[in-house]
Design a protein around this ligand. Structure first.
Ligand code: AMP
Ligand code: MG
Length: 341
């Protein structure tokens, strides 16, 4: 009996010691770097800095494959030559993006790039302009994702067409970073890729991550969402826009049917789900669809959650998300839970 007690004591001691050891070895480490036109910050609970120090190169490599403006990228070559060999990442992202263009009925259309450029949203210098309606009508002739093809790792584009994976690239980058961290044994991390948030596991104390959602009509916050192992991705008119000389505000998310910035009743869309790429594609597409079609899309799929902010100052949430959302104090929006039926 005494021997048994002694063993038990030794065993408990061992557990305490190993717990102390793990706690001292791992701590929250952070990295911040600029890539894909945005500041990316990563916080990970890890035992050394090495795991984070490789992230800028990982994302930089991805950017060099996917960028529309960097000479030598697979997408740049495709846009300029009409055909190009895709890298593994570019081929995977292109094929997923094309499938999502189809699933969203063309609300997401990666071939809208010439239109985006005509509005000046591709230039870093902010030379925005409202294109003439004739110019837009001509450009729309070459907006049609169904004419983009990918065969045996080579992509093809008809004359005059160009693509841009900007609506999905950051979500995909988040998935890549999260997978990389998990492979290296990280079980707790928070990535913020310019407002696109992705989480790995829970916080080290076992509670969910708290992710702030920005108010599209100001500098404040709509509230906080609690999530773990999921992506929280927002598309909002406030992210990039200009005001023309008549006082009209135009933002960077285009309606591929009209060639004009999408004005279908929404000012921001936040999508929560397991995969960053899917959430990124949907945040853009649902923004284009507008409230009614976005709700119909959610009802038909139900493999993501969403928070919509309308031009009328309403905040619409799917019911599962409502349970995880704490609105900011004194929030001047009416909150409505989307009917599950
Ligand atoms: P996001 O911030 O993820 O909503 O992506 C917006 C970016 O995707 C824009 O800056 C454009 O480069 C591009 N874009 C705009 N409208 C669309 C659209 N309807 N389909 C695909 N890409 C788009
Ligand atoms: Mg997007």
């Amino acid at each position: 009996m005494r021997c048994y007690r002694l063993l038990l004591l030794l065993w408990s001691l061992l557990l305490v010691l190993s717990g102390c050891d793990a706690a001292s070895a791992s701590e929250m480490r952070s990295a911040e770097f600029f890539a894909m036109d945005t500041v990316m910050s990563v916080r990970a609970y890890a035992s050394d800095d090495a795991v984070l120090s490789e992230l800028p190169a990982l994302v930089g490599e991805l950017e060099n494959e996917l960028s529309t403006t960097k000479e030598g990228s697979a997408v740049y070559a495709l846009n300029h030559d009409g055909h190009a060999a895709m890298t593994d990442d570019a081929a995977l992202l292109l094929s997923r993006a094309l499938a999502l263009c189809g699933e969203t009925g063309g609300a997401l259309d990666i071939s809208v790039y010439p239109v985006v450029r005509a509005w000046g949203f591709t230039s870093a210098d902010g030379s925005y302009r409202v294109p003439g309606s004739d110019d837009l009508a001509a450009l729309l002739q070459s907006v049609d994702y169904t004419r983009v093809s990918l065969k045996d790792g080579t992509a093809y584009l008809p004359e005059g067409m160009e693509i841009d994976l900007g609506a999905v690239a950051k979500g995909y980058a988040g998935d890549k970073i999260a997978a990389y961290l998990r492979e290296r044994g990280v079980t707790s991390a928070l990535l913020d890729l310019g407002g696109n948030v992705q989480t790995v596991g829970k916080k080290p104390d076992g509670s969910d991550w708290r992710v702030a959602v920005q108010d599209p009509n100001g500098d404040g916050l709509l509230g906080v969402l609690t999530v773990s192992d999921q992506a929280v991705i927002t598309s909002g008119g406030y992210e990039r826009y200009f005001i023309d000389e008549t006082g009209t505000l135009w933002w960077h998310i285009m309606d591929p049917r009209s060639g004009y910035p999408a004005r279908n009743g929404l000012v921001s869309v936040t999508v929560v789900g397991d995969e960053g790429l899917y959430c990124d594609a949907l945040s853009t597409a649902l923004f284009v669809m507008g409230t009614e079609d976005a709700v119909a899309f959610w009802r038909a799929h139900r493999d993501f959650e969403m928070l919509l902010v309308t031009e009328e100052g309403e905040l619409l949430l799917t019911s599962a998300l409502a349970e995880r959302f704490s609105p900011s104090e004194g929030l001047a929006y009416s909150i409505e839970v989307i009917d599950d039926a």
